[in-house]
Design a protein around this ligand. Structure first.
Ligand code: 5AD
Ligand code: SF4
Length: 472
């Protein structure tokens, strides 16, 4: 067979992971088979991220490598998509002579046509048009042989908030929600291919449907909760200012909604929050955290924090540390502030020096690590419903013999903690647990994962929230 190969390299957030799948499926319709080998590819697409400076640097170092590759492989087509493409447009083409295509965040559905044009005429194309999009185009749904246990589903794109450090509104455009029927159709098809868990994606899912006469986000969740065969629903990301009581109550009322929320706080100082234009105070954030925990005691809360925002004083930073101690997050992503093109914070005075920012980041991460480990340790002795993703990658290279006999599996608790586990018994290794919800007794807790053994397969969905017998 004279098949041509496509290699897609994804940098950045879950939304890019979803977009990359859409890219692969659209190009499969042109006859491109996806490969995990960059060297084998006839078309290479880099799906890029520009939210922080580091992610953008990765793109340019990768492109440098590809330029060298193309010297020996003249027919190779190289395309750059996603947020850096949207932001830089033609400039990347000028900077990288080997590049054939730059396509923006809203050009994915036009990609097959663009590739065909390049192949036919060996022209170079820039498509970063954003105006045309008033609706999100229909997604393609993965075919059954590609089935995975857990999938991302984009429910909206763009963002209408203007946090001063953020480039997203410029590269992803105005907020548009996808029609509920389209989302439901996609999830139903995914479930038919064996998917058991979906993570709904949006920059600010709380404002789903706003100004478009659609369901609210909570109503959408209720409908998805009814889909037969689906076991778990997750979502990300929530903006604290828009987190209302109906969504908080959903954590109690919807049996498939996992008890985990990613609620980026960004800073613990009101002065910094104001300069970031976050539109909530530290007190309001803490109030939402309390309401979440009052409503759903076992809920896991994770967050994002930016360290070293322009003008962040030592006192401001101390306030962030205090907030982290008060909340005791289950996990935290902490980032060094970086200037992003067009983001309003670029113009703010009092930029902090790199060593100061780095030192603060280190202090924050060290503080959080204790809480993350403590939260994991607190689950030792409990039974957790774990949705199995598949065999644990670790055993292929180093069997953890002292941990337990036979095959090691991996999955997640409802609170999104990774659990590696084994099954006891004579026929243990012949069981395929991928996609199965199993009850796991947690024996050990580490900084980034838990370890346990299976006590029963397929616990009821009702037990999904993990309100199990807790020995600790
Ligand atoms: N500098 C550092 N971190 C940033 N983030 C967004 N913009 C910047 C920036 N300019 C972080 C925020 C956001 C996460 C996705 O990336 O914490 O929640
Ligand atoms: Fe950026 Fe703020 Fe929108 Fe998040 S809510 S994407 S941080 S502007």
């Amino acid at each position: 067979m004279n098949s041509e190969y496509l290699y897609v390299h994804t940098i950045g957030c879950q939304m890019n992971v979803y977009d990359s799948e859409q890219i692969a499926m659209r190009l499969a319709a042109l006859g491109y088979e996806q490969t995990a080998s960059m060297a084998k590819a006839d078309v290479i697409i880099i799906n890029t991220c520009t939210v922080r400076a580091k992610a953008e640097q990765k793109v340019f170092s990768l492109l440098g490598r590809l330029e060298r590759m193309k010297r020996d492989k003249k027919h190779l087509i190289i395309g750059v998509g996603g947020c850096v493409a949207q932001q830089e447009g033609e400039k990347i083409l000028n900077r990288m002579p080997a590049l054939d295509l730059v396509f923006g965040t809203q050009a994915i559905e036009r990609l097959p046509r663009l590739i065909q044009q390049i192949k036919a005429r060996r022209c170079r194309i820039v498509d970063v048009d954003m105006d045309a999009a008033t609706q999100i185009p229909e997604s393609l749904v993965a075919r059954s042989n590609e089935s995975q246990v857990s999938k991302f589903v984009t429910i909206m794109r763009g963002c209408d908030n203007h946090c001063t450090y953020c480039v997203v509104p410029f590269v992803r455009g105005r907020e548009i929600s996808r029609k509920p029927e389209s989302i439901m159709r996609e999830i139903q098809s995914l479930v038919q291919t064996g998917v058991r868990e979906v993570t709904l994606l949006g920059q600010n899912v709380n404002s789903y449907g706003k100004n478009q006469n659609l369901y609210t986000f909570t109503e959408l969740l209720s409908r998805i909760n009814e889909i037969e065969g689906l076991s778990r629903i997750r979502f990300t990301t929530s903006h604290p200012k828009d987190l209302e009581s109906d969504l908080i109550l959903a954590f109690r009322n919807l049996d498939k909604l996992c008890p985990h929320i990613h609620l980026p706080v960004q800073s613990g100082s009101n002065r910094v929050l104001r300069r970031m234009n976050r539109q909530y105070t530290r007190e309001q954030y803490l109030d939402k955290v309390n309401k979440l925990r009052d409503t759903c005691a076992q809920i896991a809360i994770t967050s994002d924090i930016i360290v070293g925002f322009p003008g962040e004083s030592q006192a401001d930073f101390n306030q962030t540390l205090e907030l982290v101690k008060t909340v005791e997050f289950d996990g935290l992503f902490a980032f060094q502030y970086s200037d992003r093109p067009r983001a309003p914070s670029v113009k703010l005075p009092d930029k902090l020096s790199e060593p100061v920012i780095r030192k603060r980041l280190q202090i924050l991460l060290e503080l959080q690590e204790n809480f993350t480990r403590r939260k994991n340790m607190a689950l030792v002795g409990s039974d957790q419903p774990v949705l199995t993703d598949g065999l644990s990658k670790k055993q292929a290279s180093e069997p953890l013999a002292e941990m337990g006999p036979g095959l090691q599996w991996t999955g997640r608790t409802p609170t999104n903690k990774i659990v590696n586990f084994y099954v006891d018994g004579p026929d243990a290794d012949s069981k395929n647990l991928t996609g199965k919800l199993v009850g796991v007794h947690i024996d050990r807790g580490f900084s980034h994962s838990l370890f346990g053994r299976v006590i029963n397969t397929e616990p009821s969905v009702r037990g999904l929230k993990g309100v199990g017998n807790h020995a600790a």
